[in-house]
Design a protein around this ligand. Structure first.
Ligand code: ADP
Ligand code: ADP
Ligand code: MG
Length: 674
């Protein structure tokens, strides 16, 4: 291949991606004076990345296969807009050699390595064979061609349990199963293969020794087309859930200076083995002492901002310069490590419901300002919709500080100060995670989140005096704002004022819907003289001063900031004690406590039925698996809500099912039912 044709200067860049990474690439490209072209699917017409770009091209229907993954349509979009180069972001086609080749064939600069390099490093098996030759330490295992059951079983025995069965084409933690005994191997391979086939169209497996108490350490590298290759220190991404990173930081708090140099040198050696061009990451798994190569990602990574914050390098800018055919602007010894950075991935998901993705409209989106070491890379805004078609990552919050301790505190403060409503997010979970004493002490491994889940998803705190007062203040404040200009409102400073004292009674219950638990009562006294709030025997003087996103509430002489969102009778409050969802009980509504029926076995979100695990007529114990759905790329198993008999299965493998559709009926059997 002709390198001058591969990498040359261009003015118009097409970003073949969506969400936060498309937005992030557009920002740097624009700062470098480039024209930017976004692409989008029918579900993303109003998406943020479309609004940010200079031009945007509709690719096709919502399904990624028909839009973001359609190579022909992407090349056509570049042709139509005069784009000369393509940035693939991460995910989607970013590691697809066929796409890189198609760009080259169409005369476009692909911002990344060549198809050849991707082919060499893209598959986990292939790259491991290469690394073995280059003398990079590997985790022991089998990464051969033969894929028959006997070969895999023999390899597993030889490696010794526990092992990891892994999709060679894998990514995002999918297509991977830990196997602890020979008996578990067969079913694990079947399900890993199914997931890999669906996600990557390739079900080849490799087998690795499962490293105990594993830590994930990776090195950012970047190479240019002049033979220069640099490492930009390491990141630690040990806090994972289902092999998918949740929190990432740089540098690793686990390594000392000598270990840092060893792992960075190993990474340079790995990338050097293919004369790598572009940004990439060499991933290692560590037992806390040594590091072993697991894979290379031939693209920019989700967590690249932590590296940017400790080195001061804009990696997207460097990617684009390398794509221009320029030499990297710095030498290895000019890359300096400064301070500590930590990132949290904000997802639309519900940690208390097994991290089920949450879809819908973002009715409130209030994140803190990017000052004081805080950076936010977002792909959504207020009013945007989260669709079930794509990854549920909404944004990344990244904090920098001179030390790890302060960086954690800054990130936590930013998470605590965020209010996102309309969908469920993992923000409170992230906050609980990074402030866990073991995380602060770096006493973690990749299994930490799963083990500590109960602590990381605490029950909502009970509202106290402050919250009840804040709830009334929120209603008063809301009514006052709504009534601006309506002369009859009693809340207006000027105009009509009631004569004498009046009382208004409020009752709240915890939670939304109609809430649950006992009603908590509070009264507001107003009229002539200062307003007061009465809870039981206590009467408190209060004042409300509205501000962005809420108000300052002065209660008994103490002023504190309250964030509030009111939607009809549903209140969301954030006070110094945490977040509270309250239901304002309608005194005339005749509401009663609702019992959510758990007996309907229905699709929680739109998805595809990938396995039926029980037969009609079978006796099921409570919790027995009935069927598996693939929802937003993740497998979700639906289980019997109680002991009983499986009366009917209303779907079959391959069915695409809509949210709420009943998929099976379990009849509680009297003698089994609790
Ligand atoms: P993916 O392409 O899905 O990122 P990786 O091979 O990078 O796949 O593995 C994902 C995660 O699984 C790693 O970050 C690590 O936490 C864990 N992991 C991978 N290989 C091993 C291993 N051999 N032993 C223990 N944990 C591993
Ligand atoms: P890995 O997990 O493979 O080591 P990253 O942490 O960089 O690497 O995660 C990349 C993965 O994240 C992709 O494979 C993809 O599944 C997922 N992902 C997250 N957000 C997005 C997005 N906006 N678009 C596409 N993929 C995304
Ligand atoms: Mg990986």
């Amino acid at each position: 291949m002709d390198r001058t044709r591969l990498y040359r200067r261009f003015r118009t860049l097409l970003i073949a991606n969506r969400g936060e990474i498309a937005c992030r690439v557009i920002r740097t490209a624009r700062a470098m004076g480039l024209r930017t072209v976004a692409v989008y699917s029918e579900a993303d017409r109003d998406a943020m990345h479309v609004a940010l770009a200079d031009e945007a091209v509709l690719l096709g229907p919502a399904r990624a296969r028909d839009s973001y993954l359609d190579i022909e349509r992407l090349i056509e979009a570049a042709r139509k807009t005069g784009a000369e180069a393509v940035h693939p972001g991460y995910g989607f086609l970013s590691e697809n050699a066929e796409f890189a080749q198609a760009c080259y064939d169409a005369g476009l600069v692909f911002v990344g390595p060549t198809a050849e390099m991707m082919n060499a490093m893209g598959s986990k098996s292939g790259s491991k064979a290469l690394m073995e030759k280059a003398g990079v330490p590997l985790v022991s295992g089998y990464h051969g061609e033969a894929q028959d059951d006997a070969t895999l079983a023999k390899a597993a025995e030889k490696v010794g349990f526990p092992i990891l069965v892994k999709a060679s084409a894998g990514g995002g933690g999918r297509g991977m199963r830990i196997v602890r005994s020979a008996a578990e191997l067969g079913p694990a391979i079947v399900s890993a293969k199914r997931e890999a086939k669906a996600a990557f169209g390739d079900d080849r497996m490799l087998i690795e020794k499962y490293v105990d108490n594993p830590r994930h350490i990776e090195v950012q590298i970047i190479g240019d087309s002049h033979g220069n290759l640099l490492s930009l220190f390491e990141r630690e991404c040990t806090l994972q859930r289902r092999h998918q990173k949740v929190i990432e930081e740089a540098p690793s708090p686990t390594l000392n200076a000598a270990q840092r140099e060893t792992v960075c040198a190993a990474a340079r050696k790995a990338a050097g083995a293919v004369n790598y061009v572009g940004a990439g990451t060499i991933e290692f798994v560590s037992d806390g002492k040594d590091v072993f190569f697991i894979e290379m990602n031939t693209r920019l990574q989700v967590e690249h901002p932590v590296t940017e914050l400790i080195t001061g390098v804009d990696l997207v800018e460097w990617q684009l310069r390398v794509a221009f055919g320029e030499a990297l602007p710095l030498k290895q010894d000019e890359i300096k490590l400064n301070g500590h950075a930590i990132e949290a991935r904000v997802y639309a998901e519900n940690p208390t419901k097994n991290f089920m993705p949450s879809v819908g409209r973002i009715s409130t989106w209030r994140l803190p300002a990017e000052t004081g070491g805080l950076r936010i890379d977002a792909g959504y805004r207020e009013g945007d919709s989260v669709s079930p078609y794509y990854d549920a990552m909404l944004a990344k919050m990244i904090a920098w500080a001179p030390t790890r301790e302060v960086a954690i505190d800054r990130l936590n403060r930013a998470l605590e100060d965020s209010d996102v409503r309309g969908i469920v997010t993992n923000i409170p979970f992230l906050s609980a995670l990074i402030t866990h004493p073991k995380v602060r002490a770096n006493a973690i491994d990749t299994g930490f989140i799963e083990r500590e889940l109960a602590v990381l998803t605490p029950a909502a705190p009970a509202p106290g005096e402050l919250e009840l007062c804040a709830a009334v203040a929120a209603i008063v404040n809301d009514e006052r704002q709504a009534a601006q200009g309506e002369p009859r409102s009693p809340w207006q400073t000027f105009g009509w004022q009631p004569v004498g004292r009046r009382q208004r009674n409020f009752a709240f219950r915890v939670g939304h819907g109609v809430g649950h638990g006992p009603e908590q009562k509070i009264a507001l006294n107003y009229g002539s003289g200062p307003s007061t709030l009465v809870i039981g025997e206590r009467e408190l003087a209060f004042a409300v001063a509205p501000k962005d996103g809420g108000f300052d509430l002065t209660l008994d002489g103490v002023k504190s900031s309250v964030a509030a969102v009111i939607d009809g009778h549903e209140l969301y409050l954030r006070t110094r004690n945490g977040r509270f969802d309250l239901h304002w009980v309608d005194p005339f509504g005749g509401e009663s406590e609702e019992h959510v029926g758990e007996d309907k076995i229905a699709a929680p979100l739109p998805g595809t039925v990938v396995a039926v695990l029980a037969e009609e007529g079978a006796k099921l114990e409570k919790g027995a698996p009935i069927l598996t759905l693939e929802v937003m790329k993740m497998e979700q198993t639906l289980r019997a809500p109680y002991a009983g008999v499986l009366k009917s299965i209303k779907c079959k493998v391959g069915d695409i099912v809509q949210e709420g559709i009943e998929l099976a009926v379990v009849e509680a059997s009297g003698e089994w039912h609790e």
